[in-house]
Design a protein around this ligand. Sequence first.
Ligand SMILES: [Zn+2]
Length: 466
Amino acid sequence: MKKWTLIILILGWINQTLVQAQSDTSTVIILSINDLHAKINRFPQLKHVVDSIRSKHQTVWLFSAGDLFSGNPFVDKYEKPGQPMILLMNDIPFDLSAFGNHEFDYGIKTLNERVSEASFPFVCANIQTQNSGLKQPEPFKIFTSPDGTTFSVFSVLQIGQNKLPDSHPKNFEGVCFVEPNNAVAQHRKALKKTDIQIFVTHLGYRSDLEIAKQNQWVDVIIGGHTHKTIDPAEKVGQVWITQAGSDVQLLGVNTLKIHKHRLVSFQNQLIPLKMQARDSVMQDQVKAYSKRPEFQVEIAQITYPIDSQDEIGLMMAESYKEGLNADFAFQNLGGVRVDKIDEGLLKLFDIMFLDPFNNEILLFDLTQNEILGLLNYAYGLKHKEKQLMAGLKAEYILNNDQSLKDIRLSLPDGTALDPNKKYKVALNSYMTSSYQFDGKETAQYTSQFSNDLLVKYFKAHFPLKP
Ligand SMILES: [Zn+2]
């Protein structure tokens, strides 16, 4: 054999090996979105982007990390609450969703109906539905790419100090939750039977970090619940962690390169959806949901811009105090979902937007000490939540590390409270069940809901005709 023939043969062999190695590497695109909160207004852009990515790649899966509902009255107050969201998700279509805590906001029966309407599976490993009527979801689903690589897609949902996810406790009747870590341990063996492990969690960023540290066999965690924008994706040891903000503002595009059934490279990009082109069919569908006449009822003429979340929260508290004739009323800042109300005509759907939870307001007979206990407990929660209050002034005195030293209460005119008196205090049902405080046993259910009390308040203070 001549020398040059040998060289050509060797070059040919090298080339063939390279081509083979390249064709041995396949690409799977996982699109991820979390905490959608019923923001269907951005679905036309989402549809457009998902379609265009699907047209360019063979294997594209779209996963949601939960909290589909609560945050858009056109979805939340629809005659079948949440249905527009599920039907539009079917049309995109999604391939899987985690359960978020807000999936329970409409109650078990409604959730069950929505889950049964979905063309994609819901997964959750730490829920035990028992006799609640909710269909038991599977802990994980297995997806297989065209080269035969298997992916387990697993989910767990956060639980709070009361062992329930963050929603009204009455929404979980008959349902139990296992500690997320225990659920991971329980399924570890089964999950490790697949080639790749994807966790689509609704735990929050810090818990995702912990899960990653303790479970280095996981490939990717697609997180939710804390509305965090992780850009670029973080790597904890061997585990990639992602989260894509909230409210359908960002879509995570996760590119997984697979070689010999192993993840050899991972890339995450967050695409802002606001400026994208819209799918016109979905645009018409979304418009139709918002045109329902019952949401257009005119409530009041707002004569000046109300431009802070605190001020709106104070008005909410004021509306409970006035409407229920209470001495004091509280509103948690987290329940105020907009940060301004524009000057001009206020319609029913504006009220539903700013207060999508529409909680029942309860009355309590509380002493000064019991009120202080409640405020201390709320401040000690992870958000260091100060309360917006009507009829009462509170001065929070903090240590250098922002921990709470003391709270001083007084009436609006500066006079001290009577330490022996029991005051009538109005609280929403979310705070009632989430906060621990003495005097809770005095609760009186009023059958008055925050949306209605707010409507009354705005009608009284901002009439339609000035
Ligand atoms: Zn959540």
